[in-house]
Every structure is written in structure tokens, then in C-alpha cells.
Design a protein around this ligand. Structure first.
Ligand code: ADP
Ligand code: MG
Length: 383
């Protein structure tokens, strides 16, 4: 077990296709035993980051420290880490037992007896004892994934690296493996870096999520902090499903209150001291679907909207609304189920209004606060 520190980690690919900055000046410090999840859209640099940590990709600049060792110049086998890939990368001609044992043969000087014992222990932990003599072709996707995990766990690495390990599994198994992986990581207490494009995976598994966009780390924070206090509009809209409604609005100050308006519609009225903007300022407003309260009797609502589509979800309904030339999605309880074409009233608690600077896209107001707290500042962000 060990801490993991990335300092100014940068990867520039420079080949026949041209020059591409895949990862730029990335700083991150994971605590001993921490579960950090890198999340972001496809192509944002997650795998490149992981592959640099693993030693499968050279570093253009920056350092990687595991414990108190700088490892970026070391061979993968000297870094004391284990990686699990989306593709499993099992040896097809070997049994599960041989696959799991393989790394031990090459990375330790344990004798055959000791190796066998370790393999049995890990198989018991992962509940694959009865598969040990099967070859990968005889296994389901979930079983192969467990063997791949076993091969990583058996080596007692200081750091565990996983790149989209659940992407090839069906939805039900994915959600079960999510819980199991978390339990295993908890038991082993190994510092873990996990990469996914799936925000649900990120939100449910991580101690802290590291949100990336276009090669740059945007924010590193516990899931609930990133959700309630995103540093910018990208993070705000990336996390959450359906995603946050964002739109241009004007700040209309009057006395100690501020109203957010668009096309004559007043979306919300907030205490003036919670909005760090001048009268008449243009802002980006953000409203999460679950924060829109929809009432079929419109009288006491903040504003009116017409229903374009009502999606029945069973536990929740998603309502697609239209007002002030703007589409909004609301996530409402199952008993709120208006017909398309109906006019409904919508209310928003002022504390739940998010505001972003239209130029820099940085958060001006997040949930419940006048301004984002300083400790939530992104680790890297160009001004
Ligand atoms: P992610 O895992 O987040 O989907 P990657 O780390 O795989 O993203 O890729 C980040 C960027 O680097 C992408 O624009 C990708 O096209 C580019 N890239 C990845 N690998 C290479 C490579 N071997 N050569 C050139 N460009 C690459
Ligand atoms: Mg990837």
C-alpha cells in the first residue's frame, strides 16, 4: 500500500498524424488506500493518464511518485502496481489458475506451494474457486473479469489501476460487480485509480472523483461535493442524469433581491448577497432536473411552462418542459404525470440555483452557497 502522487503529468503525442496534447499538467495526490475514479468523455485523456502511471506510456513531462519513490523512469514491473483492462487480456490457452499464477511466477520468488496457496486465497475472495481449471473460452464475461481481477490482486500491488473494467458486462452484472469491487478494494485497502466514462460508476464507487475534459483535470472532490459544488459548467453538466438544465439569463437586481430573467420569464428570485453579479449582468443559470418542483395547479409557482413530453419511468417521471424559448427537463415523482400540451407551474428553491460566468464558465454560485468554497478550487485550470 502506498500514496500516489502525480505532479505536472503531461503527455504530448507527436507522430505522423500531428501533435496532440492528450494530458496537460495534471496534479493529483491520492492517499494511501484511497479509491480515485477518473471520469470524463471519451478522448479526454483518462487512459493515457493511467497508462503513464502503469509505465505502458512514456511521460512527456512531470513526475509520478508511489510511496516515496519516483517511478516515471522505471519499467512497469518495477513499479509495484497491477492493472486490469477492459479487454481482460487473459492468456486464452491457460486455465484461470495459470492465468492468476502467471504474474506471481515472474514478479516474486515464491515457491510453487506458496503460489498455489495465494491463488486459492484470491479465488475464494472472488468466488471463482470452481473455475480455476477452466480456460477463458469456457467462461462468461463476468467470470473472465473476475479472473483478470484475481491476477491483479494476487500480486499484492501498492497501487491498483483499472481501465473501464466493467464496460463489457451487461447492466445487471455491471451493477453487482460495482458493489463487489468496492468491497474488495475496501478489504484490501489498496490505493486504486479507476477509469470510466460512466458517471454512475464514478459517483457510486469513488472516495474522490477526478473529472477530466480535453486533457485537463477540472476538479478532484468527493462525489457529493463535485455534484453540489462543481467548479465550472462542464463539471456541473457532466455529473447528473438527466443532466443539469443550463441557459443564458439576465440578473435583475432590486433592493436586496435578485431575479433571474429570460425572455420576460422570472425563473427564480434569490437574496442579492448570494449572487456575485451586478444588475443587468448576463449569466449562465443552472437548474438540476430534480430541483424543479412541478405543480399542475400553476398559481403559487415561480413560473409557468408547457409540457412537451412526459416520460414515464416508474419510480420517477421525466418531464420535458418549454418556457421562454428554453427547454427544461424536470425529474418528478410518479404521481406528477401531466399530458403533453398542458401548462404547469414550476418552482425552484433559491438555494438550488447554480450560476456560471458565461465567459470563463466558472461557478459563481453553487447549491446553497453564495460562492464556491476555496477548497474546491480545481487543481489545474487555466484562467
Ligand atoms: P480516454 O481514455 O479518456 O477516452 P485517451 O487517453 O485514450 O482518452 O486519449 C486521449 C487523446 O489522446 C485522444 O485525443 C486520443 O486520440 C489521443 N491518443 C491516445 N493514444 C494515442 C496514440 N498512441 N497516438 C496519438 N494519439 C493518441
Ligand atoms: Mg480510455
Amino acid at each position: 500500500m502506498a500514496t500516489l502522487e502525480l505532479n505536472g503529468l503531461t503527455k504530448i503525442y507527436d507522430d505522423a498524424q500531428g501533435r496532440e496534447t492528450a494530458v496537460e499538467e495534471l496534479d493529483l495526490a491520492a492517499e494511501d488506500g484511497e479509491f480515485v475514479v477518473f471520469v470524463g468523455p471519451s478522448g479526454c485523456g483518462k487512459s493515457t493518464t493511467l497508462r503513464m502511471i502503469a509505465g505502458l506510456e512514456t511521460v512527456t513531462s512531470g513526475t509520478i511518485e508511489i510511496g516515496d519513490r519516483e517511478v516515471q523512469e522505471l519499467a512497469p514491473s518495477e513499479r509495484s502496481l497491477a492493472m486490469v483492462f477492459q479487454s481482460y487480456a487473459l492468456y486464452t490457452k491457460m486455465t484461470a489458475r495459470e492465468n492468476i499464477e502467471y504474474g506471481l511466477k515472474h514478479s516474486t520468488d515464491l515457491d510453487e506451494r506458496a503460489r498455489e496457496e495465494k491463488v486459492e486465497d484470491v479465488a475464494a475472495l472472488l468466488d471463482i474457486t470452481e473455475l480455476l481449471d477452466d480456460i477463458p473460452d469456457e467462461m462468461s464475461g463476468g467470470q473472465k473479469q473476475r479472473v483478470a481481477l484475481g491476477r491483479a490482486i494476487v500480486r499484492d500491488p501498492d497501487v491498483f489501476l483499472l481501465d473501464e473494467p466493467l464496460s463489457n458486462l451487461d447492466a445487471k452484472l455491471r451493477s453487482r460487480m460495482r458493489t463487489e469491487l468496492q468491497d474488495i478494494q475496501d478489504d484490501l485497502g489498496v490505493t486504486t485509480v479507476y477509469v470510466t466514462h460512466d458517471q454512475t460508476e464514478a459517483m457510486t464507487m469513488a472516495d474522490r472523483i477526478a473529472i477530466m475534459d480535453d486533457g485537463e483535470l477540472q476538479q478532484v472532490a468527493p462525489p457529493e461535493t463535485a455534484y453540489d459544488h462543481p467548479v465550472n459548467e462542464f463539471v456541473a453538466t457532466f455529473l447528473g442524469s438527466p443532466s443539469m438544465n443550463t441557459f443564458d439569463a439576465r440578473v435583475d437586481a432590486s433592493g436586496d433581491e435578485v431575479t433571474l430573467r429570460r425572455e420576460g420569464v422570472a425563473f427564480a428570485t434569490l437574496p442579492a448577497d448570494s449572487v456575485p453579479c451586478d444588475d443587468g449582468a448576463e449569466v449562465r443559470a443552472g437548474l438540476r432536473p430534480e430541483d424543479l418542483r412541478v405543480d399542475e395547479a400553476a398559481e403559487s409557482a415561480s413560473f409557468e411552462a408547457s409540457v412537451t413530453v412526459a416520460e414515464y419511468q416508474g419510480n420517477d417521471n421525466f418531464l420535458h418542459l418549454s418556457t421562454a424559448d428554453q427547454n427544461l427537463t424536470a425529474r418528478v415523482p410518479p404521481d406528477v404525470y401531466p399530458n403533453p400540451g398542458e401548462t404547469v407551474g414550476v418552482s425552484v428553491d433559491p438555494a438550488d440555483v447554480y450560476l456560471f460566468d458565461p465567459e470563463s464558465e466558472r461557478a459563481l454560485k453553487t447549491r446553497g452557497t453564495a460562492a464556491q468554497s476555496r477548497e474546491n478550487q480545481p487543481l489545474t485550470q487555466s484562467e
